[in-house]
Design a protein around this ligand. Sequence first.
Ligand SMILES: [Zn+2]
Ligand SMILES: [Zn+2]
Length: 131
Amino acid sequence: MTASPKRRMTSQRRIILEELRKTKSHPTADELYVVARKRLPRISLGTVYRNLDQLAETGEILKLEMCGSQKRFDGSTHDHFHVRCRICGRVGDVDATLSLPDLDRFKADQFEINGLYMEFVGTCAGCESRE
Ligand SMILES: [Zn+2]
Ligand SMILES: [Zn+2]
């Protein structure tokens, strides 16, 4: 077995990563905490937050910044967009290749623009069938 020291993971972090990679729901830290606790009964919410932040820093997961909602996390790090249900807030993946606009074209007083978050909005299948 070869384990490079840099990639050494605590078992807590490994379990959090495993649980996140299992789901496509883009859970919040609170939601992951509920799942992680089934395997790690003594883990704290703070520990879940800390591990998620570390995993996001090393690029093993994505931390999603979305408009008007709690931060969510994503176990798949390939280039993709997200769609958020307007009704229940559920988040899904969108396979799309889009070229983002050239940020230099945008001006805001007192700000230097250096990023842009984009998300699609829609209605999820669950909410659609309830209507
Ligand atoms: Zn929905
Ligand atoms: Zn995603």
